[in-house]
Write a protein that binds this ligand. Structure first.
Ligand SMILES: [Zn+2]
Length: 380
């Protein structure tokens, strides 16, 4: 395997390329994500009959252990993964989940509509947790000012920390998530998307660039939920979509027909901030295109042709008019002038390595978990 640090190289099988500075290629031009997929992930797409039975057994166990009104907790963003998960566990597994929607202030019209359709259509109980906007804004602006590539850390952290903390507080022992290999088998490199679960990192950036205190913003460190919540509080996290043949396009079609669910142009675009950040900011300022990881996951799992991905990648996610509209919207929402945001954009890019973090210890555990066969994805 070789890394070509001084020229542009794209993988022959997927669409990951040298915008991941650590990517390596074999003599046939295939990248290490592809190699890792063959070695460690592909086997997860076999024996679905056995797996199907297993998830039903797990569901029986969840019901048996349930001590509260609800069997489990699920998060609902309105995106395809969480929407399909809600359908699957309610209708197929016959579980009674409490649905939490974390409102970070950036819901798109489609996502709010989708949440309503899924909740009503499945007769679910929804609790919406609203993140205090002043704190959300302050933390998001801190990441902008830090010139950090991963501007979505504040939203991502708020969402899962709310879920984990809620489960512990209300004595719910199971969280079921829409996480899956089928659409996420290639994890974006850390230089594009550093862990959202590293509280030391968040606090350091907020200390340096924040303007007001974080009082109610939900925080939950990676070690708190992976170790303390899991081993001392008995919280279990399960990804049911990994036990079934989960196909993105088919699931979207199904949700559309069953519930009138509306499709987004791209993964994670249910948040208007994420759409702006991934579709414009990250690409233009840093040259990182997250669609490459998303499409590569779909290519490797047989859900997209490489040619189709290349055509899509050759086009910008936004046209010029849309960019102007979204830029204007984001400035208004964050209550800053367009000039201020343009100034931030023009300044020098930084990396997560410029700030305090638990990077080394997290990477140690990632390697350990990969060695033990618990973590399959390449995380670097
Ligand atoms: Zn590849």
């Amino acid at each position: 395997m070789k890394n070509y640090s001084n020229k542009y190289v794209i993988c022959k099988s997927c669409v990951m390329d040298s915008s991941d500075s650590k990517i390596q290629f074999d003599e046939n031009g295939n990248c290490d994500y592809c190699q890792n997929f063959k070695k460690k992930i592909k086997k997860n797409f076999e024996n679905f009959n056995v797996k199907n039975q297993k998830i039903f057994r797990i569901a029986t166990e969840i019901k048996k252990q349930s001590k509260t009104k609800y069997d489990c907790l699920i998060g609902l963003s309105g995106g395809v993964d969480s929407s399909y998960l809600a359908y699957f566990i309610k209708r197929e597994l016959k579980l009674n989940p409490l649905v939490i929607h974390v409102d970070t202030g950036w819901n798109s019209v489609e996502s709010s509509g989708n949440i309503e359709k899924i909740v009503d259509g499945l007769d679910l109980v929804l609790e919406t947790v609203v993140i205090p906007w002043r704190e959300m804004r302050d933390l998001q602006l801190s990441f902008f000012k830090a010139q950090h590539p991963n501007l979505d850390i504040p939203q991502d952290h708020a969402i899962f920390a709310t879920l984990y903390n809620y489960a512990i507080k209300n004595n719910i022992k199971y969280i079921l998530t829409g996480g899956n290999f089928s659409t996420e088998c290639i994890r974006e490199p850390l230089e594009w998307a550093y862990h959202a679960s590293d509280v030391r990192h968040i606090k350091d950036i907020h200390k340096k660039f924040g303007e007001s205190e974080l009082k109610k913003f939900p925080l939950c460190d990676i070690f708190t939920y992976k170790i303390y919540y899991r081993f001392f509080k008995g919280l279990k996290v399960i990804q049911p979509l990994n036990y079934i043949k989960f196909n993105k396009e088919e699931s979207m079609e199904f949700l559309k027909n069953q519930f009138g669910w509306i499709k987004y142009e791209h993964k994670h675009y249910e948040s208007r901030f994420t759409k702006f950040y991934e579709g414009y900011w990250l690409l233009k300022k840093f040259g990182y295109d997250k669609r490459k990881a998303h499409f590569s996951s779909l290519i490797l799992t047989g859900q997209m042709k490489r040619e189709e991905a290349l055509i899509k990648l050759s086009k910008s996610p936004f046209d010029q008019q849309e960019i102007e509209n979204e830029f204007n919207f984001v400035c208004k929402k964050l209550d800053i002038s367009e000039d201020e945001l343009k100034n931030i954009m023009a300044k020098r890019n930084k990396s997560f390595k410029d700030y305090n973090s638990r990077y080394h210890i997290i990477q140690f555990f990632v390697k350990l978990l990969r060695f033990l066969g618990i973590e399959h994805r390449l995380i670097r």
